[in-house]
Every structure is written in C-alpha cells, then in structure tokens.
Design a protein around this ligand. Structure first.
Ligand code: PLP
Length: 456
C-alpha cells in the first residue's frame, strides 16, 4: 500500500476506507457504494473536507467539541504529558498527578456533594461502571436483591452491552440482545406521544410511570433510575418542566439512586456547567464524557456522591476498572479543556449566545411550512418535520425518510445537522458566534426549502 496523506485523492481514500475500516453505526454496503466523507481539519466551528468544502459543524462532532476545533494548547499539554509520563495505571493504590488534579477539579465543578470521580475511557464505559457501582452499593448496604435499573425507551447511554441495555433503542437491542436487570419506561416526548394532554400533564404522567414501574417490580428490587437531562441521540427531547421534579420526588420517596447521564448535557451544553443544574436535579451519580475533553482525548467517568462513595468504599476492593481509567494524557488534556472553558467564560458565552439570539432565530424556524415545533435549551436544539403542524402529524413515508432528505440538503449546503427520524437537531461548539449562528440558520432554512420543494 502507498502511504496516504491529506493530499491523497478522495476516491483513493474512500476506496481504502470502504475496504478496511469497519465504521460504527454505518451500513457497510452503502459505504462501499457512496464512500465516506473525509474530514481533514477543523478550526473553531468549521471543518474542511478532502474536496475543499468548508463546513459549519452544527453538531460539534458527536456533541463533544465544546471549545471548538484547533486549540493548540490541548496538543501542547498532550505532548508534554507524553514526554513526562505517557501512561501509568490507577489500580492497586497507585496514582499520578493528572488524575489527581482532574478528579479534584471535577469535584469543585460538580454541584452538591458529587465529590468522587471514577474514570473511564468513554461514556459507555462510565455507564457500565454505574451498573456495577449501584448494584455494589445495595450489596454493601445489605440489600443485594436491589439490582434493577430503570431507564427510558429512546434514551441513549452508549453501545457497550451495559450502556446499550440501559439505552432504550430497539435497533441496538436487536443486535445482540441486552443484559438482564434493566427495565424501561416511556419517554417525556410530548410532541410525538402527548396526544391531547397539555405538556405539563404529560410530563407528570410520564414521570409517574416510574412510580408505577417501581410498584410493579417492588421497590426492594430497584437499584437506580438513569436518564439524560435532555435526551440527545433520541432527538433532543426537551422534557416538559413538570417531568424532572416529579422523577426526583419519586426517587427520594423509594430511596432509589438517581443517575443523571450528562455525557452530552455536561460542560456547558445547556447553558450551565451541568444539565442537572438547568433542570434542578440532584443526582447521586453523574455520567460524564464528551465535553470533558471537548473530544480531544477519549475520557469519561462517573462523578459520585459522598454517600455512595462512602458506602461502596466501605466494602473493601471495588472489583472494577479499566486499563485507561484516569489515563494521564487524556486527564491532562481534559484538565486543560476545563481551564479553557473556565478562563474564557465559555459556559456563560453559550448561555448568552443561546438566549436570546439563537433562541429567537431558532423559534422562527417553526414558521416554515415543513416544521412543526422548534425547541432549544442552551446550545442543543431540535425541529420536528411534519406534513401538518396542527395535528402534529407524521409523514406517510417511513419514519426518517424526510429527515434524511433534509440532512442531505444540509450536507449539500455545507452545514452539518443530524436527523433522528423526522427530527432535525443541532448541538454546535459552545464558542459559536452570532455571525456563525446567522450562517447556521440561513443554511438550515435553505436546506428546509429545498427539502420541502422536493416533496411536492
Ligand atoms: N450517554 C449519552 C447520553 C450519550 O449521548 C452517549 C454518546 O452519545 C453515551 C452515553 C456514550 O458515550 P460514548 O460514545 O463515549 O461511549
């Protein structure tokens, strides 16, 4: 094989890619026909592909590049750490400076008494940790039969067997099954499932499904409830305001641990450091990843309350860990990312640019004939495509057909938006400026116009 580089012709890169690179969440046969888009570099909110297109990244990669692309400081920190100590583990009473510093920093940033960090390499791994952690918690407390976790249909918690089982995505369950001891309840998706109820009534109804499920299973069998403050991969489902307070009340009533999966909502995405703050939740455990390093290095973790850490810690060894738990290079990169987020007031910037500037322009998209609803919290937003807004109707075509077309128009217009069924979503880097928001809205509108014209 010849050496390839950024100057290799796109067709050659695509051919090699299709021949040897088995992609996540991709149809291999489709890839061989069409070829993957090859991204070469990034700067701020912008990507350049191998065809020379300058693309506005409305998704921050996979919801993760919170500080934007191209921050040299992170590369410099990584290089320094690689020279100093490229690897050492944190098993068996050993530690190192980057892991200590990052854990202490996270304890400072996280709300309440979330003061202890168990590191993982990703969000999926962190959720696998959480399964073992909550079961161990109840075992040490003398209630080993409390081992069921309750989650939501259409939630997403990763794609390892544990994370994929917590998630409520049937296409993932269909590939390889799921682990036992996980139960699902309905999602707080008013537009799609709320019928004639008001949003507030529906939020309460869906939260109370948790209580029904607990009573059905027996509270003495339930270990924890897990949910994303805002479902991301499920289509940016922003819950009615009645939902989370009721979930919190029910968890407290039955003594069930609450896990907030903040893999997307953490580190500024909703306009606060954590989505739990935006929605007034006090979790016992938070899952983190993505924005923790802005995607510059693979790292995730669980931030654990004093009480949970004390109980699990009192049981002797916790028989769990990853070779890369607290990896020194990833930890150093994450720490530098947090420094930048903090020193440059990027979380405040996200809140200020989201409301009112983006929020007003986003809301106007609901006037488009193809759009039913346009919702936003901080810098994550969704629009629903519909043939009839008043009836909140679905298209006659298979779910996702129109969404896919709209996404393809976005790609053709050098804007990355994602579609989840017939919902279109954004989650841009938090450093996006008002001028870039104008570009995003203009390109999104043009893409919707083209998609709409194609339907007639
Ligand atoms: N949890 C949530 C809420 C996520 O959105 C994701 C990824 O999108 C994960 C967990 C899994 O994280 P990872 O892909 O790093 O394993």
């Amino acid at each position: 094989m010849n050496m390839i580089n950024n100057n290799t012709p796109t067709a050659e890169l695509q051919k090699l890619d299709a021949a040897h690179h088995f992609h996540p969440f991709t149809d291999k046969a489709g890839l061989a026909k069409k070829g993957a888009r090859v991204i070469l570099r990034g700067e701020g909110c912008w990507l350049t592909d191998s065809e020379g297109h300058r693309i506005l990244d409305g998704m921050a990669g996979l919801w993760c590049v919170n500080i934007g692309y191209g921050r040299r400081e992170l590369g410099e920190v990584a290089a320094r750490q690689m020279m100093e100590l490229p690897y050492y583990n944190t098993f068996f009473q050993t530690t190192h400076v980057p892991a200590i510093a990052l854990a202490a920093k996270l304890a400072e940033l996280a709300p309440g008494d979330l003061n202890h960090v168990f590191f993982a390499g990703s969000g999926s791994e962190a959720n696998d940790t959480n399964i073992r952690l909550v079961r161990r918690y109840w075992q040490v407390k003398g209630q080993p039969e409390r081992r069921i976790l309750i989650a939501r249909w259409n939630g997403y918690h990763g794609s390892t067997m544990g994370g994929g089982s917590l998630g409520g995505m049937k296409p993932i369950h269909a590939h390889g099954g799921r682990i036992d001891g996980v139960e699902h309840i309905g999602q707080p998706y008013w537009w799609g499932e709320g019928g004639d109820m008001s949003e507030d009534e529906f939020g309460l109804m869906r939260a109370r499904e948790l209580e029904e499920k607990i009573l059905e299973l027996g509270a003495d069998k339930v270990a924890a409830f897990i949910g994303e403050p805002v479902q991301g991969a499920g289509g940016v489902i922003i819950p009615p305001k009645t939902y989370w307070p009721e979930i919190q009340r029910i968890c407290r009533k039955y003594g069930i641990l609450l896990i907030a999966d903040e893999v997307i909502t953490g580190f500024g995405r909703t306009g606060n450091w954590f989505g739990s703050q935006t929605f007034g939740i006090t979790p016992d455990i938070m899952t983190i990843a993505k924005g923790l390093s802005s995607g510059y290095a693979p790292i995730g973790g669980s931030i654990i309350s004093d009480e949970v850490a004390e109980v699990v810690g009192s049981g002797g060894d916790f028989n769990h860990g990853y070779t890369y738990s607290g990896h020194p290079v990833a930890a150093a990169v994450a720490l530098e990312n947090l420094r930048i987020l903090q020193d440059e007031n990027i979380v405040e910037h996200a809140a200020n640019v989201a409301h009112p500037y983006l929020a007003e322009r986003w809301a106007k998209l609901a006037d488009h004939p193809l759009v039913g609803e346009a919702k936003l919290v901080g810098l994550m937003g969704s629009i629903v495509l519909t043939p009839n807004k008043a009836r909140r109707a679905r298209f006659a075509s298979e779910e996702g057909t129109v969404g896919l077309r709209a996404r393809e128009r976005c790609f053709a217009n050098d804007l990355i938006m994602r579609h989840v069924g017939d919902r279109m979503i954004i989650s841009p880097p938090l450093v996006i400026t008002p001028a870039e928001i104008d570009v995003l809205i203009d390109r999104a509108t043009k893409s919707l116009d083209e998609c709409y014209a194609g339907l007639k």
